[in-house]
Design a protein around this ligand. Structure first.
Ligand code: HEC
Ligand code: HEC
Ligand code: HEC
Ligand code: HEC
Ligand code: HEC
Ligand code: HEC
Length: 177
């Protein structure tokens, strides 16, 4: 259909474009408004305080509102298929142990990047390498290339899924918490 001056008919091309724009707007607003919020004062086990109506659990899951990490361990052992490592963002695993936002971000009004040296105020890279010495197929915390100095944030992410930096070149089957 062609567009004629004065015609009330909207050409198919324009309709398509309009429909497309609306669809994009709809998807955009769904992602923005359904996104979990970082409510700094929420109890770590109170998933709904930040996730709202979003289903983070199967309906049969026990109520975790008042729970901390040690309570989860009753059912989620540290290794094995029920482990929480790799299933929750790092910030969650920290908050469940009472490590709040400020302990990484300080008191800055606008939280941003966190340098490795902040991680090292609580974690000791050498001790960590000893602790994971038996992890198969290789120790993720030391390597012939980087020793123990590789930036934690290259593997461990606090607000998104962690990744396995070594696998750019190797094939190590790690679960990165
Ligand atoms: C009474 C036992 C029990 C306790 C306590 C418990 N869970 Fe679970 N959890 C389960 C079971 C069983 C499943 C798997 C079935 C399901 O999803 O309900 C599960 C599943 C999950 C999943 C989904 C895992 C996946 O593989 O997708 C997450 C995330 C989770 N639990 C987090 C937690 C956290 C965090 C805590 C502590 C604050 C906790 N759970 C406490 C029993 C428990
Ligand atoms: C264990 C340390 C740690 C904790 C705890 C933590 N963060 Fe972060 N945060 C980081 C790191 C590292 C980054 C850099 C980006 C990344 O790795 O995801 C970051 C990035 C951010 C950013 C900027 C980038 C983005 O993703 O928006 C904001 C805002 C933020 N954090 C807020 C918070 C709030 C609010 C809390 C508490 C609910 C919190 N953080 C808890 C380590 C932490
Ligand atoms: C205020 C202290 C503190 C800071 C800062 C901190 N952590 Fe932690 N972190 C802990 C504690 C406590 C635990 C739980 C005990 C343990 O595994 O060492 C933990 C656990 C972890 C775990 C294991 C999670 C699990 O459940 O297996 C990782 C990975 C981790 N931290 C990485 C980081 C990284 C990366 C940073 C910097 C962005 C950081 N931490 C900053 C205190 C801290
Ligand atoms: C090459 C990726 C990589 C880097 C870089 C890395 N980690 Fe890890 N980290 C892992 C993996 C994989 C595990 C899980 C090991 C296992 O299976 O027990 C882990 C486990 C941990 C644990 C839990 C250890 C335990 O057994 O309780 C902590 C705490 C931790 N990392 C902190 C850090 C800190 C702090 C840094 C920076 C100094 C760091 N990691 C750098 C991959 C990495
Ligand atoms: C303090 C607010 C807060 C609490 C409490 C909280 N979450 Fe989250 N959660 C978030 C935010 C925000 C994200 C998006 C990643 C980020 O920015 O850290 C997220 C991401 C996730 C993810 C990764 C996938 C996704 O949806 O993006 C899972 C899984 C998850 N949360 C599960 C849980 C479970 C289970 C609980 C309760 C035991 C919980 N959360 C409690 C704020 C929270
Ligand atoms: C940019 C690519 C690259 C990255 C990233 C990388 N490696 Fe390697 N790595 C190599 C190469 C190439 C060799 C030599 C292979 C050979 O001689 O067979 C090697 C060798 C090794 C060796 C000696 C034993 C062997 O398999 O030959 C170990 C152990 C090792 N890497 C561990 C790691 C760990 C742990 C990480 C992550 C922290 C890592 N590497 C990240 C490229 C990489």
């Amino acid at each position: 259909m062609t567009y004629k001056r004065g015609s009330a008919v909207i050409p198919a091309g324009k309709l398509l474009a309009l429909g497309f724009t609306l669809a994009v707007l709809l998807i955009f607003s769904i992602t923005v408004f359904a996104a979990p919020k970082r409510v700094a004062t929420a109890k770590p086990g109170n998933c709904a305080a930040c996730h709202g109506q979003e289903k983070v659990f199967s309906p049969s899951h026990v109520d975790t509102k008042e729970m901390a990490y040690k309570d989860c361990l009753g059912c989620h052992e540290k290794t094995g298929p029920q482990k929480l490592q790799g299933k929750l963002p790092g910030s969650h695993l920290h908050r469940l142990r009472d490590i709040n936002c400020e302990k990484c971000h300080g008191k800055a009004k606008k939280a941003g990047e966190v340098k490795m040296k902040q991680c090292l105020t609580c974690h000791d890279a050498d001790k960590l390498a000893e602790k994971t010495a038996k992890v198969k197929p290789e120790n993720p915390h030391t390597s012939p290339h980087y020793g123990t100095s590789l930036d934690c944030n290259l593997c461990h992410h606090q607000h998104q899924k962690s990744e396995n930096y070594c696998n750019q070149c190797h094939k190590y089957d790690f679960t990165v918490p």
